[in-house]
Every structure is written in C-alpha cells, then in structure tokens.
Design a protein around this ligand. Structure first.
Ligand code: CA
Ligand code: CA
Ligand code: CA
Ligand code: CA
Length: 280
C-alpha cells in the first residue's frame, strides 16, 4: 500500500466509495488528509525555534537553559502592577553575587513573553533604606512571601533573616516588609519586625529564629494581606506563630497575636519546632 498522505484514498474516501457516494472534492480531500501532514508540524516548529530566537521563553524570558539565581526560596506576585506576575528569589546563604554576607533577594519582572531573566534589583541588608546590616549568616531571604498588604493592587514582600542577631540576642531573627511599586520593591520605607518591636508579643531571645517561616495572606478578608511569622526556636525549640495584620499603611502591630505549640494542642516533648514551615 502506498504511504498514507500521497495518492492513497483516505478513510473518508474509502467510506464514500463503499457507500457509492459522490467522491470528495479536492478541497475536501485535502482537509481529510491533514492528519498525515501534521506529522511534520512538530519538527518544523522545532526548526523555527532554532532559527528564530524571538519566541516566548527565549528573547526576553526563560530559554531552555535560563536559570534564575535562587536557593530554596522563590515567590510569585505582581509587584509592579502591570498584570504580569513577577518572581522574587532568595540567596539566603550569602548572596547571589558573592559580595553579600548575610543573603539577598532578587526581583525579576514578568511580561507578555515570560519572565525576564535580567534582574530588576537585588536587595540585601546593606542596601540603602533597609534596616539592619549585612552580616555573615543572617540568612536574609530564608523565608519569603508576596502579597498585597496595603491594598493598592501591587504585591508587597515579607523577607525573613531568621538568624539575625540583635543586641545580646543571638540568632533571634527578624522579618522585613517591602512595599511593591512600579519600579520594584521599595527600600526607602522598608520596615523590620522582631519580637522586641513595640506591639509584637514576646521578646528577643537567643535562638528564637523569628522568621523561620513567613506567609502573606488575607486571613480576615479585609483585602489586606496579613503577615504570619513562625519562630521554630521559640521556647527552646517548642516553636510559635505570630499574626500581624495588614492595613492601608502596611503591616501594623495593632491586635498582633501569637500562639505556641502547646496552645495549638501539640505536645512539647522533644523539639516540635512549631512554625518551622508554613503552608503556602
Ligand atoms: Ca508584574
Ligand atoms: Ca544583619
Ligand atoms: Ca501593595
Ligand atoms: Ca487582612
């Protein structure tokens, strides 16, 4: 039998011949034989990809070998409000470029052709406006979340440095909040929260690891993302969670609450590390 797709009758033609129906017109034969031609569509498309780099995922976005600098943490949200989700990654072990000691986060904007692999900005604790200082093993970016805290439609960011030491409290931890703007995450009005921050329950102690997990989500339905913070080292490894409310002026400590493993009904024998992780 000659190969299908040349002059051999297609199934529709054979059916009509058996039923003694009028033969297909030329355009109808062409349409019915299309499945045979489609066998060449994929190789042709691949060839076009090789010839023309200006395709989604290549010219502006991720190509087959495109890699965003990251380790463990990444968050997605529309930071600049253009309708395309953006990506923030973290390199909390010591920075993506090697010149940050305590970790950094990097923002990549999305567009109609995918995520742009050229970074918009990299932020660490020595970036002007960011509270604190860039020190070895702060683990800035260890936990990361995006959500619209102030309700302006632009995603804001919560970033923890859960090994931050403050005063005499070693590895007590902190969480910094950045406002989303059309130019990226604003550092001029960044705010850092710790257990010693006025209005936050608890106090800074060694090995609290405040910020072992963070999550921005609207818990009370007022269209402002609220900030949940875990501290897996609280009370010698029992762990605890904090909830700080979002508002039009950002995260507020008004009505902030915290609860530990025992108040959640969990056994505190051993080291439960309540708040070590958080559902995304
Ligand atoms: Ca965007
Ligand atoms: Ca620091
Ligand atoms: Ca916002
Ligand atoms: Ca809320």
């Amino acid at each position: 039998m000659p190969p299908h797709g040349t002059n051999s009758p297609c199934p529709a033609e054979r059916y009509r011949a058996r039923r003694r129906l009028a033969p297909l017109r030329r355009c109808e034969r062409r349409r019915h034989r299309r499945p045979a031609r489609q066998r060449h569509v994929l190789p042709r498309y691949v060839a076009q990809l090789r010839r023309h780099p200006r395709v989604p995922g290549r010219h502006l976005g991720l190509g087959p070998h495109g890699v965003l600098e990251s380790h463990k943490q990444a968050a997605v949200g529309d930071i600049d409000g253009d309708g395309y989700d953006d990506v923030v990654t973290s390199a909390w072990w010591g920075g993506s470029s090697g010149d940050e000691l305590g970790g950094s986060i990097t923002t990549y904007f999305g567009g109609n052709e995918g995520i742009r692999t050229d970074p918009v900005q990299t932020i660490h604790q020595d970036t002007p406006g960011v509270p604190g200082a860039d020190e070895t093993s702060d683990y800035f970016g260890y936990a990361l979340s995006l959500g619209d805290i102030n309700g302006d439609g632009l995603a804001d960011a919560a970033v923890s440095a859960h090994h931050e030491s403050t005063g005499t409290a070693s590895l007590t931890g902190s969480v910094t909040v950045f406002r989303g703007t059309p130019a990226g995450l604003s550092t001029s009005d960044a705010k850092t929260f710790q257990q010693d921050t006025a209005g936050v329950p608890g106090g800074n102690e060694d090995n609290d690891h405040f910020g072992s997990s963070v999550r921005l989500s609207d818990l009370n339905g007022d269209h402002h993302a609220d900030l949940s913070i875990g501290a897996d080292g609280e009370n010698a490894g029992d762990g605890a969670l904090w909830s700080l409310r979002g508002s039009s002026s950002g995260v507020t400590t008004k009505k902030a609450v915290s609860f530990g493993a025992s108040s959640a009904g969990l056994s505190t024998s051993g080291y439960p590390h309540f708040g070590e992780g958080m559902l995304r």
